[in-house]
Design a protein around this ligand. Sequence first.
Ligand SMILES: Nc1ncnc2c1ncn2[C@@H]1O[C@H](COP(=O)(O)OP(=O)(O)OP(=O)(O)O)[C@@H](O)[C@H]1O
Length: 480
Amino acid sequence: MAGTNANRVLLVEDDQAIAIVMIAALEEEGFAIEHCASMAERDRWLSRQTFDVMVTDVMLEDGDGLDSLEAVREIAPKMPVIVLSAQNTLDTAVRASDSDAFEYFPKPFDLDEVVQAVQQACGARQLASGIAADDLPEDDGMPMVGRSQAMQGVYRMITRVLRNDLTVLVTGESGTGKELVAEAIHQLGSRRSGPFIAVNTAAIPADLIESELFGHEKGAFTGAIAQAIGKFEQANGGTLFLDEIGDMPAEAQTRLLRALQSGRIRRVGGRQEIAVDVRIVAATNRNLVPMIATGAFREDLYYRLNVVPIHLPPLRERREDIDVLSQHFLAQAADDGLPRRRFTPDAMHALESRNWRGNVRELRNVIYRLALMARDDIIDATNLEDILGDEALAPGTTAENVDSGISQALNQWLHDEHPASGTVYAQALAAFEKPLIEHALGETSGNQLRAAKLLGINRNTLRKRIGELGIQPDRFARPV
Ligand SMILES: Nc1ncnc2c1ncn2[C@@H]1O[C@H](COP(=O)(O)OP(=O)(O)OP(=O)(O)O)[C@@H](O)[C@H]1O
C-alpha cells in the first residue's frame, strides 16, 4: 500500500477478478486504494474519508451505480468519478456523460488507459479546487485559482483535452490566464515529460517569425551565420504554445498551416522536410472571426486551430474569484520575500468592485504593489486608496462613464473661467492622452512595443510621449 501522501482512490467493483487487477495496477503507480463492492459500502467510505478519485462499476450488488451518483455528489461534490461498464450501450455512455463522469470506459477496457485516466483525474481535481502551489509536488500541474462557475467550465474543457492531442485555441482578454491554461494542459496531460515551448508571435519581427518557428540553415539569409533549430523542433514530443496568434503575418500563417496539415516542417533555406510530433495550443486576445472577413487571418488556419475552443472570461465577469486570487497572490508575494499582508473585508470589497481591465495580471500586479508598499500588515480600504489612488475604488470604466467624465471636464474648461482658457484643445488632448497611454501600458504589462502596436502609433513616438507626459512605464511591468 502506498504512503499516506499518495492520492486516494475508491474502487467500487463487485467483479473480484477485475478488482484484483485494478488494485495491483493502481498501487504500482503509487495510489492508495480502498475497495468495496456495493453502493452501501461506498457511501460508508465516502462519509468517513475523502478520496481524490472514485472508480465505479455500473451494475453493483445493490443497484445501479450511475443512478446513485447524485448522492455521491452530495457527499463529495468535487471528486472526479470514472465509470466502468459492461453494458456498452449508447444509453450508458450518455448517462455517464450526463452524470458528469470524468471518463467512461466500456468493458473490456485497456487497464493502462484507466490508470492514466485516474492520474489525470487527480490532476483535474487539483486544478478545480485551486490548490495552493505549495501543496503540489514540484513537477505536478500548474494550479489555477478560482472556483467560479465560469472557471469550472474552463477546468472541464481542460480535462477533456488531457488524454488526446487535439489542437486547442484559447481565447480571452489580455491577462485572463491563457498561457496558464496552455501550461496546465501540458503539465497535466500525457506530454508532460516532453518540452513546453512558448512563442509570442507578436513580439517577433515579421521577417524573423518563420525562422523562429521553423529554424534556418546556415546562410539562409543575411545574418544566418549558423544553423538554428526552430520552436517546432524544440517542442518535439511536447507542446508548442503559440501566443498572440492573431498577430501572425500572412506568410507565416500559410507556413504554419502547412506544418499543421503535414506534421512536417522545413527550416528556412533548407531542402529537407522534418517530421515533428507537437501538440499545438494557440491563444489570442483578438476576435479572429472578423479578421477572417477582412482577410487578416486565414480561415483554413482558424479551423485548424479552433478544434477545441477554450474561452477565458474577463475577471469582471467572475468577481467571486477575486478574493481567492488575491489571497493566492498575497501568499505568492510573501514567498517571494515581500511582507505577509492581510486585507480587511472592506478592502477586499473595494478590490472586488474594480473593473480589472487588465484582468488577473493587473490584479497580480496590484497585489504585489500593495504587498510592497503597505505600511501595516493589515490593509484596509483607506490604505488601498492611499496606495492605488482613486482608481482603487472607482467603479468600472464603462464607455458611458468615460464619456460623461470627458464631457464634464470639457464643460469645466470651456465655461469656467479657467486660467488656461484658450488652450482647451491642447489641454483636453493631454488630459486624455496620459490615461490612454497608461491604460495601454497596463494592458501590455509595460511592454512598450506592444502598447505602441495596440495604440497604433510608432514606438518612438510612444517613448517620446511617455517622457513628455511624465509616465513611469516601470509601474506597469509584470512582477517577476
Ligand atoms: N486562474 C489563475 N490563477 C492563478 N494565476 C493566474 C490565473 N489566471 C492568470 N493568472 C496569472 O496572471 C498572469 C497573467 O496570466 P497569463 O500570462 O496566462 O495571461 P494571458 O491571457 O496569456 O495574457 P496575454 O494575452 O497578455 O498573453 C500570470 O502571472 C498568471 O500566472
